[in-house]
Design a protein around this ligand. Structure first.
Ligand code: NAD
Length: 491
């Protein structure tokens, strides 16, 4: 299929692939359907890409299975490592272009997009290092047997990702899967397929064999569901909303009991204790909720402030946000916050702002949209909230945060843990024992102390409770793309 010439708003001209990437070729969809991709900061159309049909997924599974049964999974693992390292080099060479594509497609501030691409490069390199470490254990049962385990790749993996970190999520899925020797079929979210397809062209350039990486944009209920229910797919890795994730777990079980890992929604608590250093805390609160315009699953969207610091923190937070958190074009380097990714999400967020106001939450700052064109929302802080309000309970996935007050450490922890979700949690304190004690008490998959939304590719990330199961990054992600085989030999 075709490539189109695109010039990003900051002047990078490149060839954007628009076809489905299957078996190292860009193809037209069987049904001839397309997705219109728009720039959320201007509401202008950027491109039209192919939208996959069931037949396209079938063909991709065939190719991915063939590739899995080749030396890719059974041969020298250092070949896979070298491919991932080459891929990392290619991404690094084109870092500025790739970050610009990300900002154009997603709406995020360019500086943040550059950070995302940096994580992608690091992670590809980190995953490459795992490829030759598919180690097992030798187990002494003391009875005339030799027992050992080996780790093997799972097979063809289906991967489904959301639109908030289109390239970073893709790397979190693809890199460990490839390092372990699997082959993949990934579906990007419909609003953000551009970097996924561009990355596909880099996979080919890096010499990754045909069929190992396949990228098929298309509808969740079409491509996504075919991946979930396909009898030859052995694992599904999903990042997205909790509702969709539950449906996937059920269908994956019913079809062929494929392995499932789920990275789902959150309503993460960020606790500020009396002894927190306000100056250091403010940027952490901001990164917690206004980074990526709040469209981060681990956003610290419930702030809990201990009563001794509450009256000082609120005005300081308001002033800091109003002065520093500028909203507007992702390509204006002065802006911290870009656009909301798509119209539906923009409307969801504005709807929640309305709900919060009607529930009686007070606005400390924000609560409005910005500009007539593009999906921009002011950083919004609600205070004087009740814990049973919808604005405190439900995930908004936007630049909207609530602030509540607590008295004793235990009260703050109880409020933080009173949620169906358990993805991230934050602690701001100068006291080491408070940090350690509270980290232990919080029911969350990742606890940040004196920082927030701060990712490292060696540190695992994932949820407790209805935020899902399975971990991204770190050795845990790699292991989740393997099966353990035990061998027991009678001597
Ligand atoms: P979503 O669940 O609507 O969509 C996610 C992906 O699933 C998309 O690619 C979509 O096309 C696909 N999909 C939709 N219905 C499907 C179905 N029936 N079968 C298979 N696939 C289907 O979520 P979204 O609106 O794109 O993303 C926002 C959500 O993702 C938020 O709830 C957020 O918290 C969550 N999220 C979680 C993490 C994490 O790591 N835990 C990271 C990012 C986003």
């Amino acid at each position: 299929a075709d490539f189109v010439k695109i010039t990003t708003p900051n002047g990078h001209t490149y060839e954007q692939p628009t076809g489905l990437f299957i078996n190292n070729e860009f193809l037209k969809s069987h049904k001839g359907e397309t997705i219109t991709v728009e720039d959320p900061s201007t509401e202008q159309k950027i491109a039209e890409v192919q939208s996959g049909a069931k037949e396209d997924v079938e063909y991709a599974v065939e190719c991915a299975e063939k590739a899995f049964n080749s030396s890719w999974s059974t041969g020298d693992p250092r070949v896979r490592a070298r491919s991932l390292l080459k891929l990392a080099d290619l991404v690094e060479e084109r870092k500025e272009l790739i970050a610009s594509i990300e900002s154009m497609d997603n709406g995020k501030a360019l500086a943040l997009a550059r950070g995302d691409v940096g994580i992608v490069i690091n992670f590809l390199r980190s995953a490459a290092g795992y490829a030759d470490k598919l180690d097992g254990r030798s187990i002494n049962t003391g009875d005339g047997y030799v027992n050992y385990t080996i780790r093997e790749p799972v097979g063809v993996c289906g991967q489904i990702i959301p639109w908030n970190f289109p390239l970073m999520m893709l790397s979190w899925k693809i890199a460990p899967a490839l390092a372990a020797g699997n082959t993949v079929i990934l579906k990007p979210a419909s609003p953000t397929p551009l970097n996924a397809l561009y990355f596909a062209s880099l996979c080919k350039e890096a010499g990754i064999p045909a069929g190992v990486v396949n990228i098929i944009p298309g509808p969740g209920r079409g491509v996504g569901e075919t991946l979930t229910t396909h009898p030859k797919i052995r694992k599904i890795a999903f990042t997205g909303s909790t509702g969709t994730g539950k449906g996937i777990a059920v269908k994956a079980a019913q079809s062929n009991l494929k392995k499932v890992t789920l990275e789902l929604g959150g309503k993460s608590a960020h606790l500020v204790f009396n002894d927190a250093n306000i100056e250091k805390t403010l940027p952490n609160l901001v990164n917690g909720i206004f980074l990526n315009a709040g469209q981060i699953c681990s956003s610290g969207s419930r702030i809990y402030v201990q009563e001794g610091i509450y009256d000082k923190l609120l005005p300081a937070f308001k002033k800091y946000v109003e002065e520093k958190i500028t909203v507007g074009s992702p390509f204006d380097e002065n802006n911290f916050q870009g656009a909301i990714n798509n119209k539906a999400q923009f409307e969801t967020i504005m709807n929640y702002v309305g709900i919060a106001k009607s529930e009686g939450a007070k606005v400390l700052t924000g609560g409005e949209k910005v500009n007539d064109k593009g999906y921009f929302i002011k950083p919004t802080i609600f205070y004087d909230v009740e814990e049973d309000m919808r604005i405190v309970k439900e995930e908004v996935f936007g630049p909207v945060v609530t602030i509540s007050k607590f008295k004793e450490i235990e009260d703050g922890v109880a409020m933080a843990n009173d949620s169906e979700f358990g993805l991230g949690a934050g602690i701001q304190t100068e006291n080491v024992s408070t940090a350690l004690k509270v980290s232990k008490m919080l029911k969350a998959g990742i606890v940040w102390v004196n920082t927030y939304n701060d990712f490292d590719t060696s540190v695992p990330f994932g949820g407790y409770k209805q935020s899902g199961y399975g971990r991204e990054m770190g050795i845990e992600a790699f292991e989740a793309y393997t099966s353990v085989k035990a061998v027991r030999i009678k001597l």
